[in-house]
Design a protein around this ligand. Sequence first.
Ligand SMILES: [Ca+2]
Length: 494
Amino acid sequence: MKKIPTIVIALTVLGSALCHAADAPNPPKGSEKTGADRSTATQSGARPHIVFIYADDWGWGDLSAHGHPWLKTPNIDKLAAEGIDFRQFNVVNPVCSPSRAAAMTGLCPARFSIHQHFDKPSSNAKRGMPDWLDPKAPLLSRFLKNGGYRTGHFGKWHLTNADSAGAPAVAAYAFDRAGVFNGPPDYPEEHAGVRDTAENTVRFIRESKGQPFFVNVWLHEPHTPHLPSEKSMEKWKHLDKQKQVYAAVITDADNDVGKILATLRETGAAENTLVIFSSDNGPESTGPDKGENSDPTVNIKGYGTHYSVGDTGGLRGRKRSLFEGGVRVPFIVRWPGHAPADTTNDKTAITAVDLLPTLCAAAGVELPKDYRSDGENLLPAFNGEQTVRTRPIFWEWRGHNQEPDWWPDLAVREGDWKLLMTDDGKRAELYRLDRDRAEALDVSAEHPEVVARLTASLRGWQATFPTEPEPDCISKGARRSPAQKEVTGGNGRE
Ligand SMILES: [Ca+2]
């Protein structure tokens, strides 16, 4: 059993977070809805515990509840049967670090110059990025902690990189307990194995008796290297090897979800816990790498991308693409007494930047008055309403430049319109998601006025980004020249 180290929290003064939040420009358009604007959950009951399960590269279609023909996810399916299956959830970036930074801050990752994954410092420098998320940023964990929650983070971190000396401890991001891989290099007491996540979460839940808790459960699966358990490989031995490995890692993760749900039941917390299952981006592309894939960040070997046969459920694109297959992922909310059981929501376009205002509202934690999220409080949707969001969704990413699905650098969704374009503006395509979920029919020629309006909206949003990363978030000894934009994916793990 992996021991979870006790961490002494150095409380970051809330004021510094507020100063930083005040620096973030106001969103370009749309009415701001925060926790103070809409009703909160606690007016009618006890503060809920919050469990945020965030899988890594889990496709929209990688659930038996979403009709997958051979993957089986009984525990996650049960979660959906007991709650709401949001069918239009988007992350705001198609790879790990920026997607996760957005979920933690409620802000677009470009506001922190996080345009791609955190790689080694030399690669980050070339891409105009810092080496870690600013710990002074507004944080869901900090807001909840200051509101009386016990906080924990287990599993992947990747809000820095294992080569980034001087990166802050996970504790500096307002977590009382941490056990991570792909974390800061200087705090080995916070490190844990990639298969320790569920067990550490179970321990954290048991230790939280009597105190509301918030825990990030950032599962490794189904990211490479695939590390299936022998038991799960045996379970799927009738499949061909490629499917067997993928089915096994999905089963391992589903079993982890089951362990956490069982612990909530055993401890009596289940009826007052808001559980989310989601993913940081769409499925990895199937590649040539068959195995013994060494992962420099966690020093383990496993099966490679040949076994990454995740399913987007008919959505276009995959990981690293701004088409829906890269950014629309599962999002299931179980919250007894609030989220009606066995329902789907096809109406509410909810995003990762909505999580901070929505979860703080669920917790009855009022947001600082000068915090301006890029998302909005969609608590009514968590309570079963088919809420329509009021604000556009923006995407920015500088990772790849390939046909057929990896060419867009920018995208915006307003209502059911979605515009994707290159950074130079020379190419743009427009889709109607309500009629064309697969983004197969470009209607830009028929609606030039929509293209013009959404392009202007995107450019206005882009103009609010900083041009240089925060100097305090640069690794010790890393040499920096003026930020250069480079259209590459870097060399490290995404
Ligand atoms: Ca990922």
